[in-house]
Design a protein around this ligand. Sequence first.
Ligand SMILES: *Cc1c(COP(=O)(O)O)cnc(C)c1O
Length: 246
Amino acid sequence: MTEALRQRLAIVREQIAAAAAAAGRQADEVQLIAVSKTHPPEVVAAAVAAGVSDIGENRVQEAQHKIAALHSLQPRPRWHLIGHLQRNKAKVAVELFDLIHSVDSVRLAETLDRHARERDRRLPILLQVNVSGEASKEGFVVVDGIKNTTAYSAFLRDVEAILQLPALEIRGLMTIAPIVEHPDLARPYFATLRELRDDLVRRYPQTNWRELSMGMSDDLTAAIAEGATMVRIGRAIFGERTGKMV
Ligand SMILES: *Cc1c(COP(=O)(O)O)cnc(C)c1O
């Protein structure tokens, strides 16, 4: 298992380096997040031994078991929550994660802020944006980006509300592109997220909007071409998921 994992990891790192080079970027501008959902703690430990520093999970409960099982793992990986977060799990999420990619409403942000203040910590977050309009996707809905003035104004009001929350630290945006026939067809969605980010930088320059969390196993090259700073890679590293969840 470990040898196969090392080989797949090497291939993913080469893909990231090649995509960055093609876009005139440095490979180290793109953080690899290995998405270990459905895989047991031993697999995460093997990935960390192979040099992975950042682990993504999409469910709080599953992550809670793994983080507990791996509490003495060295070096300690950073844990990222990439899946939808229910407000009743916000308290636990604040205890567990280094970065929450999936903040998708002002109410959730307010709940996270309250728990972060109780724990006396500042919580780094990304705002998840649904740029495709697909009903199955979570996130602030901003189809067509800044051109869609009605949706964009509503989003800006939400951003301003979240910027007021003292314990939250916005670091950027996250999106999930639709499943498409050819990865190049996902590029416009990634481009829209980057456009939104660039506009937010102009409007709120005191906030650090650096991160663009976008790109998965099938579309990482397209995402890096459009400026991804974090790619979330599951199957290409760990193989097909065998567990029950998606
Ligand atoms: C599962 C998941 C990924 C990884 O997907 P792969 O196709 O396995 O690379 C990335 N982002 C989110 C939000 C996910 O849920």
